[in-house]
Design a protein around this ligand. Structure first.
Ligand code: ADP
Ligand code: ZN
Length: 598
């Protein structure tokens, strides 16, 4: 239980005590007031009436209240005396008679109050719990613009459409455009996902509601769901607008069957979110932008059409992106002429946008502490070292050496993909670390592999081996960086032999699927001897591919080195940049005397 819960409990107890005190006080006071008229005997009363001392009498059931001439009053019980009325009339005493009235029972009333007031209080509290904590910031006050987000050009391009839509939802729907209701920003922490969402609101001039997934999941069952409901209700009133949900994975994790209390609560919240998103019409004018670092754990229901069906990747910035981010944050910092932000960008591989903002901020603080009028390069260097320590802890920052071997590794993949016929074109290559991967060569989606020919599969294996081959050729050692490549290559080779009947030794025979990793995977339909043969066959495919790739890379060493140096300077290269670089390089190599055609 959180501290704030205890504070609430404490407040509640105080209110409880105060209300109880008041009720008790009222009770005592009433009792005191009731005791005010003096009690007299019936005989004395009749005597007083006869003596003309009584002016007014009130008969309530069997209770008599009498007012005396000189002030003061008496109270007594009325015996069954039929002559009383006559006596009063005779003496001209003004009297009223009412049937016995249920006397207000102050004690009971106080008791009920004591119970009721805290109950109302608790219910009010619950309602406050339920009401979303979404902070509403008016569009006018969200003055973040796309110019404040540096480097994320692709993401900005994709979000531009969302801005257009929010500016005029009706025009959009009139033209039959599909409304972008849900956008999922995917990327590591600190890469500017929140900033981007804010900028979309700023560019469109619409209100921005923001909430974190972890806030939805609180202690009372049903609270998360009611928060979601309130958030969307608030947003509907302010449409067109943006709802931003940070850490979507906190609430949107895959629903599991046998749940405990906590996951029940999350499921309810998630269900409510799905219901709300399905309730959007084309003209709702609400765009939900969510952010996550782990799209793979999300419940598939969230990613269906009409929900978060659009994913925008917000990656770690490359060297150019980092320089731009530094520039954005240095806008309001007076820089000395010796400051070279490009150099700072080069020295900060693996830094996120948030880390870079931190570097500039720290540098400004350091300079101010030293009473410098301007921030100098030494300040930025020191700030970088300071921030670096934190960055190294949470992600992998490449040392110069591992950056070089990563560059060779990725360049090896690219070279093979370019040189071996039947390979899918390389879309992009990057040595910016992403999660646990040091670099990445984006090529073919793995799902499509089933419809490939044998030649294409071998080409695919070769591309996978290219990374390790390049590393080995240049450094004469191997690193663990290629582990995943080798596993994938071996997997493809295994399927070629045992499932797709593509091996020369066996011919078109499919063996029962044997999966040693999972321990199950169906019956083994071959003998142990065959298993050995299968392994031999797999090995020969993989090692054969490997040695061919080595020879290939050796023959194109000049191009490989050129690609590596370009990768080191730019960190990320697109397909056209790779073409522009490699086509002339290959042509040059073809003319050189030591070039051996593979
Ligand atoms: P995320 O939501 O991805 O975790 P944030 O949007 O909260 O990241 O980023 C935190 C801060 O880092 C931002 O407020 C901004 O100062 C800085 N930042 C991150 N990415 C960028 C970027 N691309 N351009 C400029 N500043 C950035
Ligand atoms: Zn690789």
């Amino acid at each position: 239980m959180s501290v704030s819960w205890y504070v609430r409990l404490f407040k509640f107890l105080i209110v409880f005590a105060v209300v109880g005190g008041i009720a008790g006080g009222v009770y005592l006071w009433r009792n005191h007031a009731d005791a005010a008229p003096s009690r007299i005997s019936y005989t004395a009363f009749v005597d007083k009436v006869s003596a003309g001392e009584i002016v007014r009498v009130r008969l309530e059931g069997d209770s008599i209240t009498a007012e005396a001439k000189g002030g003061g009053s008496f109270q007594l019980y009325r015996p069954s005396d039929a002559d009383l009325s006559k006596l009063l009339l005779d003496r001209h005493v003004e009297f009223t008679s009412t049937p016995a009235e249920a006397k207000i029972r102050w004690f009971e009333l106080g008791f009920i109050l004591v119970l009721l007031v805290p109950l109302v209080f608790i219910m009010k509290r619950m309602a406050v719990f339920g009401r979303s904590k979404a902070k509403r910031i008016d569009g006018a006050r969200t003055n973040t613009l796309f110019t404040d987000v540096a480097g994320a050009e692709e993401a900005k391009g994709e979000l531009m459409e969302t801005v257009d839509f929010l500016k005029d939802p009706f025009r959009f729907s009139r033209l039959g455009g599909k409304m972008p209701t849900g956008v999922l920003l995917v990327g590591p922490p600190g890469t500017g996902k929140t900033l981007l969402a804010r900028a979309v609101a700023g560019e469109a001039g619409v209100p921005f509601f923001s909430m974190s997934g972890s806030e939805f999941v609180e202690m009372y069952v049903g609270v998360g769901a009611s928060r979601v409901r309130d958030l969307f209700a608030q947003a509907k009133k302010a449409a067109p607008c943006i709802i931003f949900i940070d850490e979507l994975d906190a609430v949107g994790r895959r629903r599991d069957s046998g749940g405990n209390g906590a996951s029940d609560e999350r499921d309810q919240t998630l269900n409510q979110l799905l219901v709300e998103m399905d309730g959007f019409t084309v003209t709702s004018g609400i765009v939900v932008i969510a952010a996550t670092n782990r799209p793979e754990v999300l419940d598939p229901a969230l990613l269906r059409p009409g929900r978060f069906d659009r994913q925008v990747v917000v990656g770690s910035p490359d060297i150019k992106g980092r320089e731009e981010i530094l520039k954005v944050h240095a806008r309001n910092v007076p820089l000395a002429p010796d400051v070279d932000l490009h150099l700072v960008a080069r020295g900060t591989p693996g830094f996120s946008g948030a880390d870079l903002a931190n570097v500039v901020n720290e540098a400004a603080i350091l300079a101010a502490r030293a009473n410098k009028p301007l921030v100098e390069m030494t300040d930025l260097d020191m700030a970088r070292d300071k921030v670096m320590m934190g960055v190294e802890k949470k992600s992998m920052v490449l040392s110069e050496k591992s950056k070089l071997s990563t560059a060779y590794h990725e360049a090896g993949h690219v070279m093979v993909a370019r040189l071996v016929p039947g390979c899918d074109p390389v879309h992009k290559v990057s040595i910016v670390p992403r999660g646990r991967a040091l670099g990445v060569t984006v090529q073919i989606p793995e799902e499509d592999i089933h419809c490939y020919t044998k030649e294409m599969l071998v080409a695919h294996i070769k591309v996978l081996m290219g990374g390790r081959a390049a590393e080995e050729l240049v450094f004469s050692t191997t690193t663990t960086g290629a582990g995943n490549d080798l596993a994938r290559a071996t997997d493809v080779a295994r399927k070629m032999v045992s499932e797709w009947g593509m091996s020369e030794a066996f011919g078109p025979v499919a063996f029962g699927h044997q999966d040693p990793a999972s321990g199950e995977g169906g019956r083994k339909s071959f003998s142990d001897a065959t298993a050995v043969e299968i392994d031999t066959e797999i090995r020969s495919i993989v090692t054969g591919a490997y040695s061919e790739v080595r020879d290939l890379l050796l023959a194109h060493m000049d191009s490989l080195k050129l690609l590596v140096s370009e990768l080191l300077t730019h960190e990320t290269l697109g397909s056209s940049e790779i073409d522009e670089l490699l086509q002339p390089a290959f042509a040059l190599e073809a003319q050189s005397p030591h070039y051996a055609k593979p």
